[in-house]
Design a protein around this ligand. Structure first.
Ligand SMILES: *Cc1c(COP(=O)(O)O)cnc(C)c1O
Length: 236
């Protein structure tokens, strides 16, 4: 098992390096976030032994169990799934980053519920960049005003934007969606110059994402292999 994951990590790192080189960017400018949803704590531990340190989770209860099981390790945990407002407290208490803030109420609750003595919670505003019906993420037109308000909350630190563009195999369309998110960040940065994060790119499109400026790529399948269907017990 270990050899498989080490081969996959190596291959993903090679893709990131090649894309950085192609784009004239330094390798340090892109963070690999290993998306460990549905993977066991033991699988995450193997990935840590291979050098990975940043993990992304979508399902709260599953994530809390893993964070607890791996509390002997120095890891950075990112929440990347849809958020119900009654689930914000454990997210504020146990995570370092949240990529999926798409409305003010969620940002306000995370800010209020971030425990005293912890650094502000890093957050990204999730944008529905492809303007898909019934998709998570705020409307791109609303992003600048929402970003401004989120940036004023004391318990969170707005870092940038996140998107999951419409699925497509067409490289031109992949590039267009990522470029749209980058341009939106550039526009918002005229008012909020500290924003430094573009969370975009998954296993199938990490190269165009990096070429368009991704600073965090969220990679699951390419690191851990295909996911089994989510077991019913992890629904929360
Ligand atoms: C599952 C997931 C990923 C990883 O997807 P892969 O295609 O397995 O790399 C990235 N981002 C989000 C928000 C996800 O839910």
């Amino acid at each position: 098992m270990n050899s498989h994951i080490s081969d996959r990590i190596q291959s993903v790192n090679q893709q990131i390096e090649a894309a950085c080189e192609q784009a004239g960017r330094s390798r340090d400018s892109v963070q690999l976030l290993a998306v460990s949803k549905t993977r066991s704590a033991d699988e995450v531990r193997s990935a840590v032994e291979q050098g990975l340190t940043h993990f992304g989770e979508n399902y709260l209860q599953e994530a809390l169990d893993k964070i607890e099981a791996l509390s002997d390790l120095e890891l950075e945990w990112h929440f990347i799934g849809p958020i119900q407002s009654n689930k914000t407290r454990p997210i504020a208490e146990h995570f370092d980053w949240v990529h999926s803030v798409d409305r003010l109420k969620i940002g306000q609750r995370l800010s209020e519920q971030r425990p005293d003595g912890m650094a502000p919670l890093n957050i990204c505003l999730q944008v529905n960049i492809s303007r898909e019906e019934s998709k998570s993420g705020c409307d791109p037109d609303e992003a600048p005003a929402l970003a401004k308000t989120l940036s004023e909350l004391p318990g969170v630190r707005l870092r940038g934007l996140m998107a999951i563009p419409a699925a497509t195999d067409d490289p031109a369309e992949q590039h267009r969606a990522f470029a749209d998110l980058r341009q939106l960040l550039e526009q918002i940065r005229t008012e909020l110059p500290d924003l430094d994060t573009l969370s975009m790119g998954m296993s199938g499109d990490l190269i165009p994402a990096i070429e368009e400026g991704a600073t965090i790529v969220r990679i699951g399948t390419a690191l851990f292999g295909p996911r089994a269907p989510k077991p019913a017990t992890t629904i929360d």
